[in-house]
Design a protein around this ligand. Structure first.
Ligand code: SIN
Length: 529
């Protein structure tokens, strides 16, 4: 693997200096920027426009123990139960203990969460939570939070936004991060951002799979870039498949929130039989990995492609008010969720693994931090508890921001870091012409052989095909965003498969038919690559 994705010469480039560069404009990136002091000069760079991220699509909500019957201890226990023995207890305590103060900050920014009759935040239930603790804004919580935070960030004069800017590679020197090499889509030029601190909040790698709830930008660029620079990645084999994604010939990526099951919806197979109570005592509200796997088995048993989610027993006005986005979207496909059962099947939703960090978002490289789905600090273990993901972006984004504020305040050398002339020779001659075809091939391969249920034979076949694809492009020049994305996807695919082969047991979202048992003696530890 080459250290850099492309050849470049810093002499030929525009260079800009900042105190901190934040990659990504989802909840983790934007909140981190907002929590940094206004004296910190920040560049937020994002591959698409500010409003495009996985966070924006989050429907369910944010988990926080606010009810008098609830406590951070219960939230801690539920997170650990869902995480199937692999959570990092230190980071989970930070998550649950700091949840309420971060929600308070969101409310001060003006995030309009739904309120109960007593004017307190309304709390709903989702899978594997023992208490009602999900705060939400209808079924479009991510959009409300992201819109409000982006609006606030645009007023911060210390933050400069760079849209359609692709982070190609981290620039490092003696294990210190010096900045980021980027490609500016509008000018079609490379630009070098130099800074003391780089925060990667670029999201996960859902696009490794054919059917995903994630937007097209989620090609794992942050994790692949960090890996090339020498960071360790952790827990990559744990890929979460959301159990209930719309199954329609024109749409296989629209999420039907777990909150619908939290509100009493049941799952039935194509024969109209309810099946979840036969798989787990929590039935439809079992942890996500359990529900997805149960649906997978039910599909095989009944030789069908989808099951149905049924909420029709609820009052139709209630359904329309509580789930307006889901109601309207399903209506576009001729499904009236107040009267019809919703056809659903599992699809990729969230990567538990990512760039390995400590409880303060620090990575193996000095000055390089990660938070949100791009990072792995162990809070999710082998399977993320519902509605812990936006919360993770808040808690650990703020922790990074507070550390950076402290660093900047105590900086003895106020001079901006400089980088002497830097040149990386170009390798390869021909360009890759069939990237779209190769991306689709990879996504189908990962879905078929590295999906909800795995085994050694399939994993080895997948590895062989990934190696062949790598060889096919090894002597080529990468010069477009699509080509860099594909190179990143291949890197991640190889590492996901490698991690899945290393874990010869079943745990959380990683289920192997050849090793169906959980092996706490040999595997109660994270996979690091
Ligand atoms: C959902 O609304 O089901 C998704 C929430 C999450 O991913 O935690």
């Amino acid at each position: 693997m080459n250290r850099y994705l492309l050849g470049f010469n810093t002499k030929d480039m525009d260079v800009e200096h900042y105190d901190a560069i934040i990659i990504g404009s989802g909840i983790a990136g934007v909140y981190t920027a907002l929590q940094m002091e206004k004296s910190v000069k920040i560049a937020v760079i994002t591959k698409e426009t500010l409003d495009i991220s996985n966070s924006v699509l989050a429907q369910g909500g944010i988990a926080v123990s606010l009810d008098k019957e609830d406590s951070p201890e219960y939230h801690f226990k539920d997170t650990l139960y869902a995480g199937a023995g692999l959570c990092n207890e230190e980071t989970v305590w930070s998550l649950v203990n700091e949840a309420a103060e971060n929600i308070d900050i969101l409310c001060k920014y003006g995030v309009n969460f739904d309120k109960a009759e007593n004017h307190r935040l309304m709390l709903s239930r989702e899978g594997a939570h023992s208490k009602n603790r999900i705060i939400h804004t209808g079924d479009a919580t991510g959009k409300e939070v992201c819109d409000t935070l982006i609006h606030a960030m645009l007023k911060h004069e210390n933050v400069k936004i760079f849209e359609r800017t692709f982070a190609v590679d981290l620039i490092t020197k003696e294990n210190k991060c010096m900045g980021v090499l980027t490609y500016m889509e509008d000018t079609e030029k490379l630009k070098l951002f130099i800074s003391d601190v780089v925060v990667c909040a670029s999201g996960g790698f859902g696009q490794l799979y054919h059917y995903t709830t994630n937007p097209p930008v989620t090609t794992g660029d942050g994790a692949a870039m960090a890996y090339r620079a020498g960071c360790k990645l952790m827990d990559l084999e744990f890929v979460q498949f959301h159990p209930t994604v719309l199954y329609h010939k024109e749409n296989r990526s629209f999420l039907i929130s777990e909150a619908v099951r939290g509100d009493g919806a049941i799952l039935v197979n194509i024969n109209g039989e309810r099946f979840m109570p036969g798989y787990h005592s929590m039935a439809e509200l079992a942890p996500r990995d359990v529900v997805s796997r149960s649906i997978f088995q039910e599909l095989q048993k009944t030789k069908s492609t989808n099951v149905f989610l049924d909420i029709t027993h609820k009052d139709s006005e209630y359904i329309k008010n509580r789930f307006p986005t889901i109601y309207k979207t399903c209506m576009q496909y001729g499904i009236d969720i107040t009267k019809d059962r919703i056809p659903v099947a599992p699809a990729e939703h969230y990567c538990m693994g990512g760039i390995m960090t400590d409880a303060f978002g620090r990575t193996d490289i000095e000055g390089f931090y990660a938070c949100g789905e791009a990072a792995c600090n162990g809070i999710h273990g082998a399977n993320r508890l519902a509605s812990n993901s936006l919360l993770e972006g808040l808690v650990f984004g703020r922790r990074i921001a507070l550390e950076v504020n402290h660093l900047m305040l105590n900086r003895t050398n106020k001079k901006q870091p400089s980088l002497e002339h830097f040149e990386v020779p170009m390798t390869g001659t021909e360009t890759i012409t069939n990237v779209d075809e190769l991306k689709l091939k990879l996504r189908k391969l990962m879905t078929e052989k590295v999906g909800i249920v795995r085994n050694e034979r399939n994993l080895k076949e997948a590895m062989q095909q990934v190696i062949e694809m790598k060889e096919q492009i090894s002597n080529k020049v990468y010069e477009t965003m699509e080509q860099w994305e594909f190179a990143n996807m291949l890197t991640l695919a190889e590492l996901v498969i490698k991690s899945a082969l290393m874990r010869t047991e079943s745990r959380g979202a990683h289920y192997r038919t050849d090793y169906p048992e959980t092996d706490d003696i040999n595997f109660k530890k994270n996979t690091v690559v």
